[in-house]
Design a protein. Structure first.
Lengths: 458, 458
């Protein structure tokens, strides 16, 4: 329990109503999208200005109190929750879009802006902010940057790091650090924007972000393709990429996921299909036509059954199946473990096969869906934490999924980050030298390890 | 002078013929594309294997000897030359393309590979490596990464950092650090690839780079546009961007540069033109047609005179004027000072006017050319270092050029980096907090300051 005197110090900085320390408040800030043993923070603060964040850092340094910065808490790897009590700094009250420049194509935002708010804003003006994590209607842009969030459009448009032009952040000493800017090219000083993207709150507290926006593609065409064979579906993904077509999105659902979604939603998915692809092409109208002809030919060859959306509302209807995947799987069993193993795109067929054989080998339920086009699959294990015997098999299965991804030149995490969830696997992928380098970085920039300690293995 | 015993230690690591210590050799490694007072290294080594680089780092640590890693030395800000003697580690013998994967669209290269070698290689197979610094026929990919090199295609295709998927480097302790990989999405561990891009040799010695390649655009159209008014030329640039056309390249030459190029080359440039734009559109054929119609309309409105290249060889002929800009300006006066100030694209007209008025105010010759489309101008001062009175005016002019760029929300350097050349201006752009953060980074990762000391103000 935090003392009244210390609470007062926090209140002096951000105002009384922006300091939360009740049991209920601290409890709710002990969770994010990753389910682990919750550790309640001592205090939650909601600063409204950059200067308040500087002052909070000075205070926490004085108290030697850990600081965990938090957006909406939609994080899937435990990046937004404390592991050592301390202070949670919420960005919820720093949610202003400060500027959108359509001529020079950038937006300046505070970290607490909801991803979809920015996306909708620029879309109304004929522009486009491509990164679209599935959580975008609740996730914050600050959280997206801290986790280098991906999404459905990674294949063609890249991920959050590809849209960060610059930022301002407060470091562990309370200093203001400015990096990048509003120009397309910038080579003055280190690429600290690149460094901060995906750093999971380890090196500073972001107060402002400059994001690139682009003109909206002139045309798009969306479709679903049902397959009676999973291998034929994943082969179609590889064939489409090999034909140099870059769809804006190319998502996959396996049969287990299809049946789970249909059971939960009754939206009329073909429950006998072994896989469904969700494909959207965009760009110049003539380019979309040409690409569509290629996609059609490849899917036909692989015995896929194409349904084209004739309108935006038809697309939204078809896309329901993809959007409901995670929530539908979550209904199947008490515990859901969402993985994020990613392979080079051409290895999707191999990886799908591996996941199926791992599921059989350990006799556990895995529904696989995800961003097939960029190799980023979400094998999702449905289990029950209260069954220790099954949990042992689950752990072995996870190890084998990771091993399979690494053997195929892939990675443990495509877009969810390391946080608490994957820290113990990190050395396997990156090697000892990398871990040592990360530790030197942390030591040099946050000597007392007060910035989101316990994350990324640090 | 370095002792024979120490030389022997270097020879033991890389072989006798790969250690250079003669007066002539060390002299030639004391220069790069930035002209400053040369400092000769004690020794130059040309390792061939990653393990040799590790061993060199161990040796230099033992001797407390500074290490400067060097590609082809085409650097324009002094990043590749020592300021404290020590050891120059040349990557010239590490010049293998290890793998090109056209299905998953990446290339794995050693740092000493010449940029154009990779670009030509992938082009022959219908692919495209977009970053094209003007020095690409001699520059190395390792150097491009260390300096975050730009080029003519920055506007549409971005710069080197947008193509680095992963890398391996040796840190100051000789440890091997691996970051990123071969997948489009990767979120396991910090974005150390982003961190290393543009770090100018300050944090490690790159031994392997994984670079993204993309399918080659199906069509392109190149043209030059002459204007009788500089403002109308720069207004055309701003109008084209505002019309949401993204040319692959959009370069500008002012009248001073045009006359200098024509005097040097007699290639038939219109010497009365106040500016020439060099524009190339690429993409799907129908998209190129549509974009061309817009560009044509805008240039006509601004009284520009368009010449279209009907073939690749005609394009190369027209493009000569742009390619010869720097070398032609270098003939005008004994000393050339190439600046790299960059502004948001819409501010190009303002910046061009500012540069003209600064030239008049201080009565100095400035030829301006550069990447108008991405706001990255190269105002080039022609002067004579032996004239101290003029040099004083030159220094004041440079200060005012930087001030103008910063006032217009721009940056000191778009693509040449900081190195020795711009270190003293850095705090003005980034602020004290950023400089302190950079120092903490350096201290944490290279305690004795042996990795390319004296660069980026460190």
């Amino acid at each position: 329990m935090i003392s009244k005197a210390i609470l007062k110090e926090f209140q002096k900085i951000v105002g009384k109503e922006k300091v939360l320390a009740t049991e209920a408040a601290t409890m709710s800030y002990s969770y994010d999208g990753f389910l682990d043993k919750p550790v309640k923070p001592d205090v939650v603060v909601q600063p409204q200005q950059d200067e308040q964040i500087s002052k909070l850092v000075f205070l926490c340094q004085k108290l030697e109190m850990p600081m965990t910065i938090r957006g909406s808490g939609s994080n899937l790897s435990g990046g937004a929750i404390p592991v050592k009590n301390g202070c949670v700094i919420s960005t919820s009250a720093m949610n202003k879009i400060k500027q959108i420049d359509y001529t020079d194509m950038y937006a300046v935002v505070q970290p607490g802006v909801i991803t979809k708010t920015l996306a909708d804003n620029v879309e109304r003006n004929g522009f486009f902010y491509p990164p679209d994590p599935s959580s975008m209607s609740i996730s914050t842009l600050g959280g997206n940057v801290a986790e280098n969030a991906g999404g459905l459009r990674g294949l063609k448009y890249g991920v959050t790091k590809d849209y960060v032009m610059g930022m301002t952040f407060i470091d562990s000493d309370g200093n203001t650090v400015k990096t990048g800017g509003k120009t397309v090219k910038q080579a003055s000083g280190f690429n600290l924007s690149g460094f901060m993207v995906g750093s999971e709150g380890s090196f500073g507290l972001i107060t402002e972000i400059i994001l690139k926006i682009t003109p909206r593609p002139a045309a798009s065409r969306a479709m679903t393709v049902d397959f009676d064979d999973l291998n034929k579906a994943s082969q179609s993904v590889a064939d489409i990429i090999a034909a140099k077509v870059l769809p804006a999105t190319m998502e996959i659902l396996d049969n287990y996921t299809i049946r789970s979604v249909e059971a939960a939603t009754s939206i009329g998915l073909p429950v006998d299909a072994q896989a469904i692809l969700f494909i959207e092409l965009d760009g110049h109208p003539a380019h979309v036509d040409d690409d569509f002809a290629i996609v059609q030919k490849i899917c036909k060859k692989n015995s896929g059954n194409i349904k084209i959306a004739r309108s935006e509302s038809e697309k939204n209807k078809l896309w329901q199946g993809r959007r409901k995947a995670l929530s539908s799987l979550a209904r199947v069993k008490p515990t859901l473990i969402l993985e994020d193993a990613t392979v080079p795109r051409s290895k999707i067929p191999d990886m799908m096969k591996k996941i199926q054989s791992i599921s059989k080998k350990f006799n556990i339920s895995i529904g696989t869906f995800g961003h097939a086009g960029d190799g980023n699959l979400h094998p999702t294990i449905l289990t029950d934490r209260r069954n220790p015997e099954e949990m042992k098999r689950v752990e072995k299965a996870i190890d084998e999924i990771f091993d399979a991804a690494l053997e195929l030149d892939g990675t443990l995490s495509g877009e969810h980050g390391v946080g608490i969830a994957k820290a113990r696997y990190l050395e396997k992928e990156l090697g000892k030298g990398t871990i040592l380098f990360m530790k030197k970085l942390k030591k040099g920039l946050d000597e007392k390890n007060l910035l989101n300690p316990g994350k990324v293995g640090l």
